[in-house]
Structure formats: C-alpha cells, structure tokens
Write a protein that binds this ligand. Structure first.
Ligand code: ARG
Ligand code: ASP
Length: 719
C-alpha cells in the first residue's frame, strides 16, 4: 500500500508539476519554455514576448481594467467576453431596442457605438526594477518606515522611467514584496461596441450554469479600438480611426482535441496561493460563510423584483450577475478547499518547512514565521470579519449606503483638503451618480437594506450600539421615506451651493446620518487594529515567501496574480468531478438543445439557432457534422482572465477563456491540477454565431482565418 502511494506520488508529481502557475511573459526562457515545448508548443518564448519585434503580447489588451481582450484584425477589432461587455451592452439598451435581449451588430464602422469612460490598455514593455525599489529599505527599523520608503522609491522610479508622452508607467509587486516590476503601457480611450449575441447565446445558462461544466455559453462580444490619426491613444472623437496594431491573432479553424497544447494570455486579477493554513481556515470557516449569507439575502430580494418587472430586470441585470458571480464562487471555493484537503496539505507543508528551517540553521531568520502567523490570524479574525461585513453590506450591496459612503468621503476630503478638492470631487461624483441612479430602484433597495442591515447588526463583531434590530424596520421606512439619497435629483439638491452649505444640508439628511454613524464606528473601532495586524501579516507573508524560495530552491514558484499580464499553459483535458464520473473536454450544440427550456430566462434558445441546428447548417465551422461550443483545459486562470485568448501551439486563436469548473473554483487558493480546469468557448462557435446566426460577414472578412494543421509549407510562408 505504502509502495503504491509512493509510486503514484513519483509518477503524478513530475507530470502534473509541469502545470499550473501564471508566469511573467518576459521571463519565460528556461523552465517555462521547456515545459511548454514538452506540452507541444511550437513557438519560441521570443514569439510570445519580445521588446525587439512584434509578438503575441502586442495583441493582448487589458479590457476596461477588469477583463482581458485580444486584437483579431489589423483594424483593431477586439474580442472579449459577453459578460465583460455586459455593462456597455446594457447601457445602450432600452425597452425599445434591447441589445441585451436581442443582440447588436454594427453593419459598418459608422454604426459602432462609443462607450464613454471605457478604456483598453496594451503593454509596451516589462522591466524588473526590484533593486531600485528596495534601495535603502533593508536597514530601516520598522515595517511602517520600510513601506513608506518603498512607496517613495516607487514614485521616483515610476516618474523617471523613460517613456513616450502618450504612455504610462506602473509598478507592481511580485512574490509578496520580494520583486518589483515596472510596466510601460498605452491606454486607449475610444472603444466602440461592434457586436454582441443575444443573452440567450452570450449568457446561455446564466447563473445556473455559471462556474459549471459541462457548459454551453457563447460568452463573447466584440469591440474596436480607435486611435487618433497618428495611431496613438486619444479621447473619443468622430475623427478617430480604427487602431492598427503591431500584432493581431490569426484564427485557427482546425479546432482542438484532447491533449492539445493551449496557452492562455491575459490579466489574472488576484490569487493567494501561498497563504498559511491559518488563513485558509479563516476563509473556509469564517469569511466565506458570512459573505455568502449576505449576498444570498440581497440576491433573493432582487430576483423577486426582476422576475416580476421587465424594466427592473434590465436595470438590475448587470448588478445582479456580478453579485451572484462571487456569491456562487465562494460556495464552490469553500467546498473545493474542503474536498481537496487544502488545509491539511498546507499543514503538512508547514511541518516540512519548519524542519527545513531548522536543518538549514535558519531558525533565527525564519523560525518563528509560522507561530507568528498563527497568532496574528487569531487576532485579526474578528476585525477581518467586521471588515467583510462593512464592505459587503455598506460599500457593496446596499446602494443607498454605498452612495452615502461616497458622500461621506466627500465630506472627509473637504475636511482634509479644502474647498477645491471638494468641488472637483463633487463634480465627478455627480457624473457617476447620474449613471448609477438610472439603474437604482428605491423599492428594491429598501428591502435589501432591511435584510442586510439586520445581518449586520446581529452578526458583525462591530456595529454601532445605538442601532438595534428592534428599531430596524422603523428606521428603514423612515430612511426611504425621507432621505434625499433615494433619487438623483435629491442628491443634486443636497450638494448644491458652496462646500459648507452642502455639508450642512447633507448632515441634516437621515440617510446620510446613518451612513456616517456606520462609517465612523467602523473607522474608529475596526480600521486601526485591522491595518496594524494586516501590515504585520503582509510582512510575514513576504518573509515566508522569501524563505520558501531560499529553502526549497527547486520547487516551481509562480508569483500570485496581481492584475498584470501573465501566461498560463496546459492542455485540453477532461476530469473526474467525482467517483465514477468522467467529464469530456468538449461540448456541442446538441447540448444546448438538451438544455433548452422554451421561454425560460436562462435556457431559452433563439429560433434561428434552433433552425441552424436542425439544418446542420454549420458552414466551415462544424466538425464531423457537429458544432463544438465550449472546451476545458488545465490552464491556471482566475478572475480577470475572462476574455483571454486560448492560443494553440503556433500562436493562433482557438478559443476565448471565460470561466472555471465548479470542482476547481478553489484554484485561487489551492491549485489542484487533477480537477482545476478553465472553460473556453470554441472560436469556431464564435465565428459560426457571427457568420451564420448574425450574418455579420463584414466582421468575418476582417479576420484572418487559418488552417495550421493542414497547412502546407506554402500557406505558412504566406503568413
Ligand atoms: N464566472 C465567470 C467569471 O467569474 C463568469 C461570470 C459571468 N456572470 C454570471 N453571473 N453568469 O467572471
Ligand atoms: N469568469 C472570470 C472572469 O471574469 C474568470 C474566472 O474567474 O475563471 O475573469
């Protein structure tokens, strides 16, 4: 038995250890390049990232800060997910022309729709600046002084790094403060909506299927980058022209099969792969359950209204989807961490770590890290919980409170920075409120308010003692009856006049009064201690990382995701979600018809798609008489990777990343290559919808479709 275990270990570690991780594109030479080649890649590291010539990275675009997108034509055509373009699609939708419901297709470039405020960022270069950022830091006695010095150095380096006038620089930390990297970027500000399928395709399966395999969602939408006449970033103007990229991705029509190499290139947001067991315990047992309960209450209220009222459904569609998204993810994450034994695996590693520290004679440097972690996590739990309650209830899910909190910050900025800062901030706020209030319904929010505050008062370790559950329903109706925060006009009126009089008016409003009470209590009782403990934990995390790099030099360490450009790779592969069940890696249009529920808000199917299915009218996009829809692979992805291209061994686009499988949602904290899979929509399905469903030939003509598997040397040369 023991021998068998050892054998399994010996064989699984080398195979699987070659997968997982999100790597820095400029540092792929060496281990990563070898691993990718072993998995079947035919490109060189230099084809993925190069400063000297155009490379894949020139086609990868950070989409509006949160998602990824890729350029797929020499006229700046940009492909991303439907859920990433959702806000934009919604903002152009009304009851008369509901693009969310019916889809939208610009038949020529004049019909493309501008999106004020939307941005798309390209990476120009990636530069290690660790030495300069850490200069003079080591000798400082306290953590606060160290962080202050680091911040000063960051500002200096950021401001003095050579760049063109239209470019920006930003520095991010890697390996928990052990490495610093500077990015030179170009941010485009005129991004127009070009096409989107109806939600019954782009969001097929909606929340029921979200985070779940087998999946059948055509989760894509299309935008275009516009530049000024010099091909440089510019604010929206009618004179702007489509951007000419340094590189765009050709699209492979050859499709995928199990075990094919895949590379996903994008902007993963945040992972926490190196947390100690104590932190994971806190997430599983305390933080996730609290957040899940809060969101569940908010969702229940919104869902009730959305099902009854079509206008509310449009107003709340985007907000609901994003609240529901992480609600569901946290449930999956908790289950996955439990099922994969993550806490025990961490504990076992920590034992090993401690042994190694002692063996190497490093007790003085690293001997107390784990003990200190345990102590600090013990202390921080109630403050972390209070923080999550405040974030989720006040800042995130009760809109009247979150609007009020922005006004609270406005008052603070007057107190600390004076009239000018107040005025600037007020103008920006009013602009963003104008949009936000369009999608605000006080009747819905009133019920959310009562439900969520009730949880806050009974379960947050720190809530103002003067608020009690007994008075809550009276308080609720008084706030929503009297407060001016329930309408945009009301807020505008509160904010008129000079700073002093506006603040005076604000403080007479009962909604604002409540926000202030909550915020002050939180600021006094939670923030100071939380911040202090968190600083300590971050410093420990940095030392822990440093120690691991030093004491286990052969292990494979990738830096946690931090919204910077990364490469992850793996292969197309199914998995066993549970005993005796195996999930194939590819789904087909047949599966959409199996899930079809006429008229259902999640599983309806457009008539035209049914027709195409019946006629098997798949054009050049089908395979063996079937239409592939989605596929999964072993690429290690996270939130922010949505819209990332799935790229084949030659650098062609084969799919569009949009999700992960249920059993593997814990991958942000504990990546298990046996069951963690990312979900991609097959690019052939995307093309089929654009071409056969929407007849948008104008878009297909712009793209470059290739057949790498069948290509003779001739057609390769042409590229
Ligand atoms: N789970 C995916 C991601 O985290 C897709 C989310 C789309 N939203 C939804 N509620 N279906 O972004
Ligand atoms: N759906 C996610 C996104 O929007 C991707 C993921 O979390 O797997 O970025």
């Amino acid at each position: 038995m023991k021998f068998l275990k050892l054998l399994i270990l010996l064989f699984t570690i080398p195979i699987f250890s070659q997968q997982g991780g999100m790597w820095i594109p400029s540092l792929l030479k060496g281990m990563n390049e070898t691993e990718m080649k072993n998995l079947g890649m035919k490109m060189k590291a230099e084809d993925i990232y190069s400063v000297n010539k155009s490379s894949l990275k020139d086609a990868i675009v950070h989409f509006d800060g949160g998602c990824t997108s890729e350029i797929i034509s020499n006229k700046g055509l940009l492909l991303t997910n439907h859920h990433c373009g959702y806000d934009a699609i919604q903002s152009h939708s009304t009851l008369d022309h509901d693009y969310l419901q019916d889809g939208f297709w610009a038949r020529d470039i004049y019909a493309e729709l501008p999106n004020p405020g939307m941005v798309a960022t390209l990476i120009v270069s990636i530069n290690d600046v660790t030495e300069k950022v850490l200069e003079g830091v080591g000798s400082l006695p306290t953590e606060i002084e160290k962080q202050k010095k680091i911040q000063e150095n960051i500002n200096t380096v950021q401001n003095n790094f050579p760049k063109e006038s239209w470019q920006d620089t930003r520095i991010r930390t890697f390996y928990e403060g052990n490495q610093y990297i500077l990015f030179v970027t170009e941010t485009f500000k005129d991004i127009r909506l070009v096409g989107a399928p109806p939600s019954s395709i782009g969001k097929f399966g909606s929340d029921t299927d979200n985070w779940v395999w087998p999946r059948h969602t055509g989760d894509f939408s299309i935008f275009r980058i516009y530049a000024n006449r010099d091909n440089k970033p510019a604010e929206y103007s009618q004179d702007n022209i489509p951007y000419t990229p340094k590189h765009f991705l050709p699209i492979s029509l050859d499709g995928i099969s199990e075990d094919d190499f895949t590379l996903v290139f994008g902007f993963p947001g945040r992972t926490q792969e190196y947390l100690p067991s104590f932190a994971v315990e806190q997430i599983v047992n305390t933080l996730n359950p609290a957040k899940i309960e809060i969101r569940e209450a908010a969702l229940k209220v919104q869902d009730g209204f959305m099902r009854k009222d079509k206008a509310i459904k449009i107003q709340y569609a985007s907000k609901y989807a994003s609240v529901a998204n992480y609600w569901k993810k946290w449930i999956g994450e908790k289950q996955g961490l439990e099922k994969s034994n993550a806490i025990q695996i961490k504990k076992d590693f920590e034992k090993e770590f401690q042994k190694r520290v002692e063996k190497e004679g490093k007790t003085k440097e690293y001997g107390s890290i784990l003990k200190d972690f345990e102590e600090s996590y013990g202390e921080i739990t109630e403050y972390a919980l209070a923080r999550d309650y405040f974030n989720e209830v006040v800042l995130r899910n009760t809109e009247l409170l979150s609007f009020g909190y922005k006004l609270y910050q406005l008052e603070q900025s007057y107190a600390s920075k004076g009239e000018q800062s107040f005025n600037d901030r007020r103008n920006n706020l009013l602009k963003s409120f104008e949009e936000a209030y369009k999608n605000f319904n006080p009747t819905v929010d009133e019920q959310v308010f009562e439900q969520l505050l009730s949880l806050y008062l009974s379960k947050s370790p720190y809530s103002p003692p003067s608020l009690t559950k007994e008075n809550l329903s009276k308080l609720t109706s008084e706030v929503y009856k009297k407060s001016k925060l329930t309408t945009y006009e009301g807020v505008k009126e509160l904010l008129k006049g000079d700073a002093k009089s506006a603040i005076k008016d604000l403080n007479k409003d009962n909604g604002y009064e409540l926000v202030k009470l909550l915020a002050n209590h939180y600021t006094d009782k939670v923030i100071p201690i939380y911040t202090e403990l968190n600083l300590k934990i971050n410093a420990l995390q940095r030392e822990y990382m440093k120690a691991q790099l030093e004491l286990f030099p052969d292990a494979r360490y990738f830096p946690d995701a931090n919204s910077t450009l990364r490469v992850t790779y793996g292969k197309v592969q199914g998995y066993n979600p549970s005993d005796a069940i195996y999930y194939e890696p590819v789904t087909h249009l047949d599966g959409i018809m199996e899930k079809y529920i006429p008229g259902d808000y999640e599983f309806d199917v457009p008539t035209k798609l049914i027709q195409l299915y019946k006629n098997k009218d798949y054009g050049i996009y089908g395979e063996d008489g079937k239409m592939p829809v989605c596929f999964i692979g072993t690429n290690h992805t996270t939130g922010g990777n949505s819209g990332s291209p799935a790229i084949d061994s030659n650098g062609n686009l084969i799919g569009l990343n949009f999700d992960r499988v249920w059993e593997g949602t814990m991958s942000d904290i504990h990546y298990d290559p046996e069951i963690c899979r990312n979900i991609m929509v097959d690019i052939r399905y995307v093309l089929f919808i654009i071409d056969k469903y929407a007849n948008a030939d104008n878009l297909i003509e712009e793209m470059k479709l290739v057949h790498p598997k069948n290509s003779s040397k001739k057609s390769k040369k042409r590229r």
